[in-house]
Design a binder for this molecule. Structure first.
Ligand SMILES: Cc1cc2nc3c(=O)[nH]c(=O)nc-3n(C[C@H](O)[C@H](O)[C@H](O)COP(=O)(O)OP(=O)(O)OC[C@H]3O[C@@H](n4cnc5c(N)ncnc54)[C@H](O)[C@@H]3O)c2cc1C
Length: 380
């Protein structure tokens, strides 16, 4: 066993940490309060190769993979969970193309996504098909005469959907077959018949816009089919296995950021004539927070290692995301408590972290669904 980062990984961590401190932190509050998409930071992340993580060098990517993605997303999430979410979700599109795309699709989309010139998205959820994704009703019926898929239906809660230049949409190419008739279809922004519906007003993660996508006789060429017809559901679940590692990293970063803020505050804040760091009750909170974070960290890196080395990671990725998101909620709660009344005020970053932590227990699969995945794997 080897629990050490390589020299290159340590350098990347240092670079990501400095980037988060110098570029991400200064606008984190504005991103949250103004519900502002962190466009400048996305462009800066593109310049230093973060948007190309997971994409091979031959397609314009950084050539590094899942472990490096966890390192970068964690460091960014310490300062701004929205920016980390934007990066993590953007890379899911490229991962889907890498795994299932044709040569033409790889040549067209990967360089655009890796360079940050384009933003990617992933649309599975529908109003009546959340955890039960197999209940999706959006259709993509092939028009044999024109050689086009015609999409009709509505996707909801799609991250970055209003800004994404291209998204993988999961739709029924053969509704009579249910989930065995689901396929992945690439749809580009501006395609006639594709529009943005409701823009959600959320509790947190305000820099990552969440929208409804509406398809009304939206026509895309047959060549936009991703992988094979009828394999969409399996593809979506496989993509989510990997994506969960990214969201786990986001959760880990939020928790680490909350711990750092708490340590600083406990040394600064004086009550009863002494810094509150001397109070044993609060010291035990710190011990709990640090222990939970350490365990979340190693499970996430283990999941990333399994994926990076091509091993089955479904169970461990579900455990890692479930554990890290629970940790993020519990740690931000304790951190807010340590800050007392100041923690409840928008002048301090804790209330933002507390709100942002919650989403990690819901998207890319709820904690309950992760427990379904884990128990199924353990019992079988
Ligand atoms: C901010 C945000 C961003 C998102 N981004 C995207 C995106 O980019 N792309 C995308 O496709 N989707 C996205 N989603 C959707 C997200 O993945 C779903 O919200 C999530 O999967 C849960 O679905 P639901 O909201 O319909 O809840 P439901 O499925 O209705 O769940 C309601 C409750 O029932 C529980 N439950 C459901 N089934 C079971 C079961 N079998 N056993 C035990 N408990 C169960 C759930 O855990 C939950 O507590 C996003 C959501 C949010 C809030």
């Amino acid at each position: 066993m080897d629990f050490k980062f390589s020299e290159a990984q340590l350098m990347l961590q240092k670079m990501a940490r400095e980037f988060a401190e110098n570029e991400v932190l200064p606008i984190a509050e504005e991103v949250d309060k103004e519900h502002k998409f962190p466009a400048e930071n996305f462009a800066k992340m593109a310049k230093i190769g973060f948007t190309g993580i997971g994409t091979p060098v031959e397609y314009g990517g950084s050539g590094v993979s899942d472990i490096e993605k966890v390192i970068v997303v964690t460091e960014i999430a310490k300062k701004c969970a929205s920016t980390a979410a934007v990066l993590s979700i953007h890379t899911i599109f490229a991962q889907a193309i890498m795994k299932y795309g044709t040569d033409e699709q790889k040549k067209k989309y990967l360089p655009l996504m890796a360079s940050g010139g384009w933003l990617g998205g992933f649309a599975l959820t529908e109003p009546n098909a959340g955890s039960d994704a197999a209940a999706a009703k959006t259709t993509a019926i092939l028009d044999e005469k024109t050689g086009e898929y015609v999409l009709n239906g509505t996707k909801c809660f799609i991250s970055g959907g209003g800004r994404a230049n291209a998204l993988v949409i999961f739709a029924l190419t053969d509704p009579s077959k249910g989930l065995k008739g689901m396929s992945g279809i690439i749809v580009e922004k501006g395609t006639p018949g594709f529009s943005i519906g409701k823009i959600e007003d959320k509790m947190g993660l305000n820099g990552s816009e969440t929208v409804e996508l509406v398809f009304d006789d939206c026509r895309v060429p047959k060549s936009n089919l991703l992988g094979k017809e009828g394999k969409g559901f399996v593809m979506a679940m496989t993509c989510l296995d990997g994506a969960r590692i990214g969201i786990g990293a986001q959760a880990l970063g939020i928790a680490e950021g909350a711990l750092e803020e708490s340590i600083k505050y406990m040394h600064e804040r004086v009550q009863f004539g002494k810094p509150i760091a001397v109070l044993q009750g609060l010291q035990w909170y710190i011990a709990d927070m640090a222990t939970k974070i350490e365990s979340a960290k190693w499970l996430i890196f283990y999941a990333a290692f399994l994926k990076a080395t091509g091993q089955d990671h479904t169970k461990i990725a579900a455990m890692a995301k479930y554990n890290a998101s629970t940790t993020a909620r519990e740690v931000t709660n304790l951190a807010l408590q340590i800050h007392g009344g100041y923690g409840y005020m928008r002048d301090y970053p804790l209330e933002r972290m507390y709100r942002d932590a919650k989403i990690t227990e819901i998207y890319e699969g709820t904690s309950e669904i992760h427990k379904v995945v884990i128990s199924r794997a353990v019992l079988n």
